[in-house]
Design a protein around this ligand. Structure first.
Ligand code: F6R
Length: 600
């Protein structure tokens, strides 16, 4: 959470920083700021709210070719102008931006900063005050920066400006993501390459506990003890048009519509020249060697992990448990003898998952990350990575990454089944093609779903999504989508479980959305719907051909029973989108959330 940028070159730094921050707003958007350096000193502008609010306070006449910037998701201290980054040391010599959490900031303050008056409530301020204190003790800026970082416990991606040398940016990283972008006579820094594609597509990674001294011509990587390191750069395979909204009013709608293309892209990426599944032999062995698979994920990715469990167990006959990362981290169950851990994460940066990954590596167990961002922390630190090829997902509410994760898990499950000789009559590459076609009908059915959102959800305080077996997991995801962007209290329930308590919440007009795609339980879920209708619920039924009834609001084209979640989630996503829109909510940037959750 939080995004940082930096620029040192020959162009107008403030405009590049502001544009970069706009691309990073998905990482947090409760306040933002930039600091620019020129011959008259370092000038800081910061404001509560979005980048648009920051633009209003930046002095456009102030010229600069060097600067750093930050967009914040508050952890320590309320969202306010005071707590917004950049922060300055008491002497104003040093200015800093930081993404992460400094766990020992109270202790460091007591030990090193007695008498130094803190201005903000943030943990970040401690970093800049320590650098100032150590430089007063006689250390060079680089030495003071390295000493400070070596004392920090927790996570940081940070960039520092020194008012006595305004042609250098010092950056450091531990656990939080940070990249250096390289160009001719220009270098940049960013939490995510997308922010700086406007300047370059050549990037260099920084490892944990390294610093980089960045000037216009050089980017020198060093360890915290000062030892120099050489690091190769790479060309980011990102197209800047992927991160534009185009003609869409919101990223979320664009990303919903991209799902058929994403599925077709996955088919292409995972197919060899003989039309067979293409997967690394090492990954195949890791899956087939395991006596049990532990899927670890959070939020929407957890919901895809629940579907993944069903797919792997049913198709490959390997036992699977799916766990919420933040729970698993502090309450690990008894593990099997030969476990394989699968981390599912759109961003590849989620702190809860990383905590589990670190523990798992310490125990010596193999780990596979399924992610949309191959160079991400979870991807680099796991033994193996499977890429979901969904393209950048910008809207905070995840849509195409979720369906992509399930598609990749279906392919993985069949590959493993074939490797161990389980007989299956299911060709995922072919069936995913049918899924992609089925998804396409929703580009035409949006009006019906917009009407559902208007009729059922424009004024209601709460809503229920009910389903059974795989449909239950999709209902959990549908409810999460609705609550995160429309702020309606929503719950996804197993249809049979309602009458064991929750049905007490059903009253006249309560919206209940039922889902039926699984033939073996379709009559049961219809029975459960009758129970809530008898108590006044306002019912909406979404079904799939083969399970449909005449009165159903939406009937989806049939797809293979293993893959129904990839299609049935689309109406849920679209209904949530319109519900949020009708209620005047900010669809792409819902309150209190951020796209990349890099704090525990
Ligand atoms: C909801 C959503 C979140 C994420 C969760 C995990 O729409 O996007 O629930 O799924 O924060 O994030 P990743 O997948 O990046 O690990």
């Amino acid at each position: 959470m939080c995004g940082i940028v930096g620029y040192i070159g020959t162009a107008d730094a403030k405009e590049i920083l502001l544009r970069g921050l706009e691309k990073l707003e998905y990482r947090g958007y409760d306040s933002a700021g930039i600091a620019i350096a020129n011959e008259s000193g370092i000038h800081v502008y910061k404001e509560k709210g979005r980048i648009a609010a920051l633009r209003d306070v930046v002095d456009t006449s102030e010229e600069s070719e060097v600067g750093i910037g930050h967009t914040r998701w508050a952890t320590h201290g309320v969202p306010s102008q005071l707590n917004a980054h950049p922060h300055q040391s008491t002497t104003s010599r040093f200015t800093i931006v930081h993404n992460g959490v400094i766990e020992n900031y109270e202790q460091l303050r007591r030990e090193y900063l007695e008498g130094v008056e803190m201005v903000s409530d943030t943990d970040t301020e401690i970093i800049v005050q320590l650098v100032d204190t150590f430089s007063k003790d006689g250390l060079s800026t680089e030495e003071a920066f390295r000493k400070t970082l070596s004392l920090l416990e927790g996570s940081y991606a940070t960039a520092l400006l020194d008012n006595t040398d305004r042609d250098t940016i010092y950056v450091g990283k531990n656990k939080s993501p940070l990249l250096i972008g390289l160009a001719d006579g220009v270098n940049v820094i960013a939490s995510d390459a997308m922010a700086m594609l406007q300047v370059t597509n050549e990037f260099m990674e920084i490892e944990d506990k390294e610093i980089v001294v960045v000037t216009r011509e050089t980017a020198q990587v060093k360890k915290l003890d000062g030892q120099e390191i050489s690091r190769d750069s790479y060309i980011a395979e990102l197209d800047s048009t992927d991160i534009e909204k185009g003609t869409y009013p919101h990223y979320m709608l664009k990303e919903i519509d991209e799902q058929p293309f994403v599925i077709r892209n996955i088919i292409t990426k995972y197919k060899d020249e003989n039309e067979n599944i293409k997967l690394d032999e090492e990954i195949r062995s890791a899956v087939t060697d395991a006596d049990r698979i532990y899927i670890i994920a959070a939020g929407t990715s957890y919901h895809s992990g629940l579907v993944g469990k069903e797919l792997i167990e049913k198709i490959a006959h390997i036992p699977v448990e799916t766990h919420i990362a933040s729970e698993f981290l502090y309450n690990m169950p008894l593990l099997s003898k030969k476990p394989l851990f699968i981390f599912i994460s759109q961003s590849g940066e989620t702190a809860d998952l990383r905590g589990v990954l670190v523990n798992v590596k310490e125990l010596g167990h193999p780990a596979l990350t399924i992610t949309n961002v191959p160079g991400s922390t979870l991807s680099r630190e796991a033994d193996y990575t499977l890429h979901t090829h969904a393209g950048p997902e910008i809207a905070v509410a995840s849509t195409k990454a979720y369906t992509a994760q399930m598609a990749v898990m279906a392919i993985l499950a069949v590959d493993a089944a074939r490797a161990v000789g389980v007989e299956i009559d299911f060709d995922p590459l072919q069936e995913l093609g049918i899924v992609a076609n089925a998804m396409e009908i929703f580009t035409e059915k949006k009006e019906v779903l917009e009407e559902v959102a208007r009729e059922f959800l424009s004024v209601s305080r709460n809503a229920f999504f009910i389903g059974r077996s795989l449909d239950y997991y999709v209902c959990m995801e549908g409810a999460l989508k609705l609550k995160e962007i429309s702020y309606i209290q929503a719950e996804g329930f197993a249809g049979g479980e309602l009458k064991h308590g929750t049905i007490a919440l059903i009253e006249e007009g309560t919206p209940v959305i039922g889902l039926a795609t699984q033939k073996d339980v379709s009559l049961n879920i219809r029975g459960n719907m009758k129970e809530v209708v008898a108590r006044g619920a306002n019912p909406c039924f979404i079904s799939m051909e083969g399970c449909e009834h005449e009165e159903d609001t939406v009937v989806m084209p049939a797809v293979h029973e293993y893959l129904t979640p990839l299609v049935s989630v689309l109406p849920m996503q679209i209904i949530s989108y319109y519900a949020a829109l009708h209620r005047g909510c900010d669809v792409d940037k819902p309150r209190n959330l951020a796209k990349s959750v890099t704090v525990e």
